[in-house]
Structure formats: structure tokens, C-alpha cells
Design a protein around this ligand. Structure first.
Ligand code: ZN
Length: 383
């Protein structure tokens, strides 16, 4: 059935990491004509870009999910598009199981809650507000519109979809945390409230059904309470809220693996909610998901001779949109004994030639020389 995701197809015309509202427009136009779907404008961003939701299903159990609350975190938006297109195809095929699902649940999809931040490729909105710290004051027009939608909908389940940084690792192998879960805490005591227990059970079910797809790459986020965050506040208001964080995987800069894992996890979640089969799973299974650590860096050079000392060098990629143009470069993250860290890419020091002094957080330009297999760090200073 849905769980088999037969003939699944990804919308290969779209990819991250820089995804803007204009990229969604052709889809919004299509969706407005899809049978069984209702497209609505529910508000505007600070820059007056329309905020859209798409409703599907007639069931009593109401689910809401949103992505790109942080503008530079597009992976889950792509997964949402994949799900909508998948459902549409099943509607055309008159799929019995999808019809059955539509009588039990209804879903409100909100792809791209922060279109201004998406355009600028920033976490924050156009007025520099971090929406995930604006759940109480609701100073941003986006959060006001979002909470008005939530208050009208009164959802039974919520899914808060994000991307996480490349530093997050899982387990002793320090694998990339390609997908991370969290049942957020409702208070500083990190209480296991009724809604939180339900969320933990659902996550345990989602994890059990998908963990073999990319073994060793599933983690769990810290459950520290963030009093201004959206998920924590929904949980405090007794609305079960699942946080999903798309993460990295080696040689997958567009996060296709995470996109597929989010797709699969959400489809399983809909099914687990629709027949309450998530109740079969336990808090212990949730607790057993390993907690993320921060032991990965994008690039690590081992045993580099730097000014007469042998040391490791770690670099992190910085991505930005400046004056409408995509930019990417590395900065020096750390230098010294970095044996506790693992590089998503690692190189032996003998391959490295330094052409300039290094500076912490300074820009580093890498030049790869194919003939000698040497990597030249040609600039270590902030330019
Ligand atoms: Zn985020």
C-alpha cells in the first residue's frame, strides 16, 4: 500500500538547498486544479508574499505540517511536494487505500512558511525575526497568520519540519544524522505529558518502519525546553507535535537522502495516526533512538604540518545568497588535536599545501590539483 510507496517518483525538477517561492508557483497553479485538494492563501509575509496552505482529506483526525519556517531549510518543502504529487497520482489511479485514508484523516500542508527568508536564503524573516522564537509574541506577520490558521483548525497532530547543520552525528561511528526526531518538551522539567507520550509513540513507530532504509543515520534531538519555540508551545497546549530535522549524508549536497526519509516517515506517520496503530509502540523505543552529538565537520585534514607543528584542520562550508547570487566558501572551524571529530570528507595531511597563514573563522579557499592530488589552501585570511 502506501507503505510500499509503489512507483514513487521524486520531482526532479526541484532541488535544494536554495528553494524560493517562485520555484513553488508552477506547483501551486497545478495543485489548485487537483481533485481532492484545496489551495488557500492564509496570510502574507512581511514582504507581502502570499502564504499558502493545501488541504487534503475529509477525515476527523486533523493533521497540520509546515516547512521552511527557517528560510534556508528547504529539504522538507521538497518532501511535501513529493507527497502531494504522490497522492495526486493515487487519486487518479482511484487507489482504495488512499481513499480509505482520506476518510480517516485530513491534512493541511504548509510548504514554505518563510518565503522572504527563502528568497534571501536566511534562517530569519525579512525583519530578522527567527519565527521559531516568536511563538509567544508573534511579532512577525508570518507567525500571526500561522497561529490564526492553527487556532481555526485545532489540529490533533502537528509536524514541524526543519533542516539541521552538518555537524550533527549519530553513535560511536559518528555517522551523519541524516534524519533526526524530537518529541519537544512542554516545560523546563521536560515532563512526559499525555501529548508528549503520544508523540514519542508515533516517532517510535515511524523510526521502526524506516530505520532499515539508512541504518545508523537516525538520531534524536536534545529535548531541552525552548519557551519561545513553536513545537514546545504546541506541546504545552496539548497538541502533539513531531519535530523532524533533515540532515546531511556524504556526497549528497542536495540532501536527497533526507528528502526521501522525510517522505517515507510522513507517509508512515499518516498511516500510524489514521488507525491509531502508533499506540503499539513504546516510550522505551523512542528513548532508544541515539541522541545527536556534534562531532562532524564538512572537511578534516589529518596531520598537517602547519608552521612546524603537526595538527588537524577542520573546515566548515558557509553558504549564502549575496545580492541575489549564490555563494559558498569554507571557513577554518578549528585546528589542533581534532581526533574526537570526523570529517564528512577527510584528507591526509601530506596532500595539503598551505599558501597563507590561517585564522580561526577566516575564509579558506581550496584549490584541488588533479595532477599531484594535492589540495592547496591558498588563502587563510578573511578577504
Ligand atoms: Zn530550523
Amino acid at each position: 500500500m502506501l507503505a510500499e510507496l509503489r512507483n514513487k517518483s521524486w520531482q526532479e525538477d526541484l532541488s535544494g538547498p536554495w528553494l524560493v517561492k517562485a520555484d513553488l508557483e508552477p506547483y501551486l497553479t497545478k495543485w489548485s486544479n487537483y481533485e481532492g485538494f484545496t489551495l488557500e492563501k492564509f496570510g502574507e509575509s512581511e514582504e507581502k508574499v502570499p502564504l499558502h496552505s493545501l488541504k487534503w482529506g475529509k477525515g476527523k483526525i486533523k493533521i497540520v505540517l509546515w516547512s521552511q519556517m527557517h528560510g534556508n531549510e528547504a529539504t522538507a518543502t521538497l518532501a511535501i511536494i513529493d507527497i502531494i504529487e504522490f497522492f495526486h497520482r493515487l487519486v487518479i489511479e482511484n487507489d482504495e487505500e488512499l481513499k480509505d485514508l482520506s476518510t480517516k484523516i485530513s491534512i493541511v500542508f504548509i510548504p514554505m512558511l518563510n518565503p522572504d527568508g527563502a528568497q534571501l536564503f536566511t534562517r530569519r524573516n525579512a525583519r530578522l525575526v527567527d519565527m521559531n522564537r516568536d511563538a509567544i509574541k508573534q511579532q512577525s506577520s508570518e507567525m500571526r497568520a500561522f497561529f490564526a490558521l492553527l487556532n481555526g483548525l485545532k489540529p490533533d497532530w502537528a509536524f514541524n519540519l526543519h533542516d539541521q547543520r552538518t555537524i550533527f552525528s549519530v553513535g560511536a561511528e559518528r555517522n551523519c544524522a541524516t534524519l533526526s526526531y524530537l518529541a519537544p518538551s512542554p516545560d523546563f522539567a521536560r515532563s512526559k505529558s499525555k501529548s508528549r507520550i503520544k508523540t514519542m509513540q508515533l516517532i517510535a513507530g515511524m523510526h521502526q518502519k524506516t530505520k532499515s532504509l539508512l541504518s545508523g543515520h537516525f538520531g534524536k534531538y536534545s529535548d531541552e525546553f525552548y519557551p519561545r519555540a513553536v513545537g514546545d508551545n504546541l506541546m504545552a497546549a496539548n497538541i502533539p507535535c513531531v519535530l523532524l530535522e533533515a540532515g546531511s549524508f556524504p556526497n549528497d549536497p542536495k540532501r536527497t537522502r533526507a528528502r526521501q526519509l522525510i517522505f517515507q516517515n510522513l507517509i508512515h506517520a499518516f498511516s500510524l495516526i489514521s488507525d491509531e496503530s502508533y499506540l503499539r509502540y513504546s516510550i522505551a523505543e523512542y528513548d532508544a533512538i541515539p541522541e545527536n552529538e556534534q562531532l562532524l565537520r564538512d572537511v578534516v585534514f589529518r596531520d598537517v604540518n602547519y608552521q612546524g607543528q603537526i595538527c588537524d584542520i577542520a573546515l566548515q562550508e558557509q553558504q549564502a545568497v549575496i545580492a541575489g547570487q549564490w555563494h559558498s566558501h569554507y571557513i577554518l572551524d578549528d585546528l589542533g588535536d581534532l581526533s574526537h571529530l570526523k570529517g564528512i570528507k577527510e584528507y591526509k595531511g601530506g596532500q595539503v599545501v598551505l599558501k597563507a597563514p590561517l585564522m580561526l573563522q577566516g575564509k579558506v579557499n581550496l584549490q584541488y590539483s588533479n595532477q599531484t592530488l594535492k589540495i592547496l589552501i591558498i588563502e587563510g585570511r578573511i578577504s
